[in-house]
Structure formats: structure tokens, C-alpha cells
Design a protein around this ligand. Sequence first.
Ligand code: URA
Length: 492
Amino acid sequence: MRVAQLAGEADFAGWREQARLLAGQGVPAAEVVWQVGGQAADLFAEAPASNGAVETRALRVPAAFPALAEQVICHSDPQRFSLLYRLLLRLQDEPQLLKVATDPDVHRADAMARSVRRDMHKMTAFVRFREVTDEDGGEAFIAWFEPEHFIVERVASFFVKRFAAMRWSILTPHRSLHWDGAQLHVLPGASQAQAPTEDAMEAYWRTYYANIFNPARLKVKAMKAEMPVKYWRNLPEASLIAPLIAGASRRAQEMVMTAPTHPPERHLRQAARSDTGQDEAREAQQRGEAPVASWAEAAAAARICTRCDLYCHATQTVFGEGPLSAPVMFVGEQPGDQEDLAGKPFVGPAGQLFDRAMAQAGLDRSRAYVTNAVKHFKFQLRGKRRIHQKPNAGEVKACRFWLGLERDFVKPQLVVALGATALHALTGHSGSLMSMRDRDLSLDDGTRLLATVHPSYLLRLPDPEAKQREMARFIADLDRVGEVVPALRLAA
Ligand code: URA
């Protein structure tokens, strides 16, 4: 029997080092005992030999394994170390193993990693600080939290970034984090008795929660899924939940009777990006960790999308638009300068050309759903001008999440890819668009797909004759759309 000693419950570096040594020497998983911290080792057990005297073999793992192992190691299941070690050994002979989701070891590791990710998200969402006065009379904040897994060090950077200007401590049974305004200290666990229970912040949290609670959107089951009951005892706002639920239907009726007001879009965007609990729910939706129940919820969550960096410079997210019952969905590349300012797809020069071509093909744009593969404008500043830049594969991939939701909620009979980026986003095809243009294609779920050029390709053609010829061909492609879905034709 071999004993592998780890410095802590989530000691990934220690596990990796020992696992490499043991696997290199071909030690079977059943012969390794993993121990954490100062637990007594078996008198008859040998520690892994690391003196180079033992022959070792080279190890190979797929790129996904270290990331998976780093999450699984934080799980509270004591079997996690040996499960990972078994996977490491098996990967030597079965390099594709991680793709076999039904394999019991892979399935177990995936489930553990998911549970760890969820726990990390819950910690970022449900830690509530209480204000205290420290020994020097200064202001500090303390929170008590009980994570399910050993995640505290992994989420520390989130709190450091978000609350860099405060001095705070987060106490948990296993580890405590202390931020003194300049440096983070990771200390042993604490007890709840060390955390204060009441302060003025509580009243603030309750007021805040009562304000963001939307009685018209009350879904108790979804709420419990997103904010599990076990966290309620440490949440100041939890005492409000029952009375707010009880009064929800009356308040919803009052809201219906009240005339709507429309804040300016700029304020909406700022509010959408600000630090509220609604953001957290939407952020969870963006990460695919919370269900998105409707197109409207998807559009709202997309407004604060940070799945790639394009949101940093764009004015706003430009989500698709059109009837949710539309039989045809047109997918472009990304919003341009004017779309970015208007918040609507295809309203600038390319959109106007598209409108003309649709009209000439006898199609009614207002019956179609029009969207883009990428929802933020990517550009380069040249003087005061914002020059369109093509989105890269990573940006297209990050945004595919939204396009997938749009397809789920609209369920068009036919999707039309306008240009190579759209085709790539929809199918993964990264070859030439022209080779796919005149073909009857279909998407992964069987929906029919046609591919044609992007209207801005026509705008860019310098030769008037070529422009005319290509425009006629584009109109012919749109005419084909009308043949496949006659419901899109303009009423005679
Ligand atoms: N180009 C696109 O692909 N989409 C728009 O919305 C505008 C220009």
C-alpha cells in the first residue's frame, strides 16, 4: 500500500505531483491511500518514491483533464482523489475517455465538477457581509458562509476584485479569508459564533430585496432552485420571502393597473450592468447554470452579456427581433455601427440593402425573425470612425449560446445564413460559403438551412456590373426562401 499525503483538502498541486509519481511508476489505484493534512499514516505504508531511483513512464492527458481535476479536487467526497487518480491511469490507455459521458468514472467526475461550480456560484451570490468596528475603530465587514465543498480559496479572487476597497473577512467552517485592503490571508476555519448576527446592513439588504422582488414574475420553484432554502438562514432578506410571496398576486394586479413608464435605454443598460441580485440570476443564465424560460428572459440576460470581451466597447447588445412565430430566421454576422447605436439588427446600409432585396423578392421582412451570429459590434477606431472588424472564432463560439436560445424559442421552419460567419456559427462549417450556397442544408436538429451572401458583400463590390449581377443572384436566393416558406411572401 502507498500513502499519498496532501497538504489540504483542495491541494491540487500536491495531488498532481503525487499522482504523477505514482502513475509514472504504474502503481494501481487500489494500492494508493490518499491522506489529507496531518492524519496518521499507516505504519506499514510506503510514501511515493521520488528519488529518481525508480523507473517512471511518461504520462499523457487530454487538455480538459487538468481543468476537470482542479474542480473535482474541491468536492467534499473523500473518494475524489482516488477517482481522479483512476481516471489518470485509465487515460493512458483510453485517451478519449473523457468524451464517454456514460462511463461511470467520467460521469461521477463531471457531476462532481458541476456541483463544485454550482457551489462556487452560490457563494458569490449569497455571501452577506455585516458591518463591524475593528479594534482600531475602523470599519470592517464580516460574513459567515457554509459552502458544500472546499471552494473558498477558489472563489477568493472574486471577492478581492469586487470588494477591493473594503476590509472584510469571510468565515467558513473549513477556511477563512481575510482581506486587509492590500493582501489576502487564508486562515483556518471558524465558527458561526465568531461572525456578528445583526447590523444596519441587514435593514439595507431587506429594503433592497423588497425592491427587486418582482411579484409578477414569481416562480417559487425556480426561486428555490436558484436560492436554495439551506442558504436562507444566513440571508437577511430571507425573512421577507414568505410575506412577499403571500402578497405577490395582489401586488402583481396593482402593477398591471399602473401605466408603464419607459426609462431611457442608457439608464436601462446601466441598471442592467449594475450590481444587483437580478444580475446574478441573469449571469447564471448566461453561464447556462440557470434555466432561461422565455425569449424575453434570454434577451434580458443577453443585455448584460460578458461571455466575451466585445461588450466592453460596444454600446449595447443587439439581440434578434421579429415575431416569435416567424417561419424564417435570417442570421447575419454582427451589428454594425448603426445597429449598435439603435439596438436593432440590420437597420444600417446593409440592412437597407437587405430590405430592398427582400421587397424585390416579394418577401415580407416583418414576418421574419432577424438576428446576428454575434450580438455586440466589433470595431476598430480610426479617428472618430468605428470600422467594422470581423468577429473571431472565440467570439462566435461565445455568442452561439444566444443564437441557440433564439432558435429554441422561435423554432423557425427555415434558417437563412447571411454570409460565412453566420454559416460558421450555425454549422461549424469554416470553409467557403460559395460551396454551400446553392445547396439544401439542414441544421443539427433537422431545421432546413439555406446559405447566401451577406448584404454587405454586395455593398463592397466595386464593379457596378458585378454588383448588379450579384444583387440579382441574392434576390434569386431570397426568392428560393419564398418558395420553401410561402408564408413569408408579401400579401398580393
Ligand atoms: N451586418 C450584420 O451582419 N448585421 C447587422 O445587423 C448589420 C450589419
